[in-house]
Design a binder for this molecule. Structure first.
Ligand code: SAH
Ligand code: SF4
Length: 375
């Protein structure tokens, strides 16, 4: 008998196609999808409003399987980090950051990354493989399942509770990997995140972060425009070629044009530029001036990320005063600028220990999207 199909990896189209193939009516696919993604069912016998014969078939031929959790740590500030096993010795991180007005989940799309940015420990690991849809959406499924517990009132079988409180209100693709180099799986995962029968998130609350895969920025604009963050890190090609090797293929001029095109369809009227602050490398006033000139025609916000050092990088974090001065340059030019702040400090040690065990050196938590408004 063939392997069971993992329903977690099927977006609404794929689930509808499967149900059709099995002679089930289209609304069965939607019911099933709600059971999986909204009520976080892991077993088919929980799905009491599905016909017994359908459930029996599901039990035989399908499964709902998210990646196994290797570890689960919660910081005293509520930041929670899971390490997930994606097989063959590979592990990826997924982080939840609660704030008073939102809960943000940071997801990974690849084990390792082929872009190999100078300052990124994921890049230094090399590229292992693309995550599948079930492995990407499995991160949200796990997080929702655990975090919604106690918040979600499960209704009767026939009438699920209306408007349960959802802990995860925002998703950012800022974990391990380059989402636009795993485009098909990222796109299906995005569809599920936005789908009203799955997670029902608004486009504005889902952010794809990219190092600048220009053709795929255009594809995303056509296929599923969500909020876009672009990892810039340098104001000119000579420096960006060094820091983000992908720049040699898609230089800044092309990247800026792609950003402008994206804005025509984007759910937000700005691009977020991420900029890691590297002492003496990209953090001078001259760099700030060049950045202002570069982005003159692109409505944008800047998110400055204090570099998180790791042993073999040979780079240092810019001092706080330099980061502040840099931010003020941008602010004075009328650009909304935030400086990312660190959360979950007390689970650092645990993070480091795990790193040794499973060769995971991403220290993802430290580049999380928690922002501190400068102005
Ligand atoms: N590959 C995508 C998304 C994942 S990286 C991208 O590059 O945009 C998410 C963010 O973390 C990027 O802006 C990246 O530049 C930043 N980052 C990577 N390594 C970092 C480090 N050591 N310190 C601080 N930020 C880092
Ligand atoms: Fe890959 Fe992003 Fe790290 Fe660059 S910063 S190596 S694109 S994960």
């Amino acid at each position: 008998m063939s392997d069971p199909v993992n329903l977690l990896g099927l977006d609404s189209q794929a689930l509808a196609a499967l149900c059709e193939q099995w002679g089930e009516r289209p609304f069965r696919a939607r019911q099933l999808q709600r059971w999986i993604h909204q009520r976080h069912a892991g077993e088919f016998d929980q799905m009491s409003d599905l016909a017994k014969s359908f459930r029996a078939r599901l039990q035989q031929q399908a499964e709902i399987r998210a990646p196994a959790i290797i570890s689960d740590h919660t910081s005293s500030d509520g930041t929670r980090k899971w390490l997930l096993d994606v097989g063959a010795g590979n592990a990826v991180e997924c982080v939840f950051i609660p704030e008073s007005n939102r809960g943000t989940l940071c997801v990974s799309t690849q084990a390792g990354c082929a872009v190999n940015c100078r300052f990124c420990s994921t890049g230094k690991q090399g590229f292992s493989r693309n995550l599948r849809v079930d492995e990407i959406i499995g991160q949200l499924w796990h997080a929702s399942r655990m975090l919604d517990e106690g918040q979600t009132r499960i209704g009767t079988d026939a009438s699920p509770a209306a408007d349960p409180v959802r802990a995860v209100s925002n998703v950012v693709f800022m974990g391990m990997g380059e989402p636009l180099q795993n485009y098909a799986a990222t796109l299906s995962a995005l569809h599920l995140m936005l789908d009203d029968n799955a997670y029902g998130l608004s486009r504005r609350r889902v952010t794809v972060s990219t190092s600048g895969v220009v053709p795929m920025i255009d594809r995303l604009r056509e296929d599923c425009p969500v909020a876009l963050a672009v990892s810039l890190h340098a104001p000119d090609d000579a420096l960006r070629d060094q820091l983000v090797p992908l720049n040699r293929k898609y230089p800044l001029d092309e990247l800026m044009q792609a950003c402008r095109r994206y804005l025509s369809a984007a759910p937000r009227d700005f691009i977020t530029f991420e900029y890691v602050m590297l002492d003496g490398v990209n953090d001078t006033d001259a760099h700030a001036r060049a950045l202002i000139a570069l982005t003159r025609d692109v409505p944008c916000k800047f998110n400055l990320i204090p570099f998180n050092p790791f042993p073999e990088s040979g780079l240092k974090r810019s001092p706080d005063a330099r980061i502040k001065a840099f931010a003020m340059r941008l602010v004075d030019a009328g650009i909304v600028t935030t400086v990312r702040k660190t959360r979950g400090d007390d689970i650092d040690a645990a993070c480091g220990q795990l790193a040794g065990e499973v060769q995971d050196r991403t220290r993802l938590r430290e580049r999380m999207p928690v922002m501190l408004e400068v102005r």
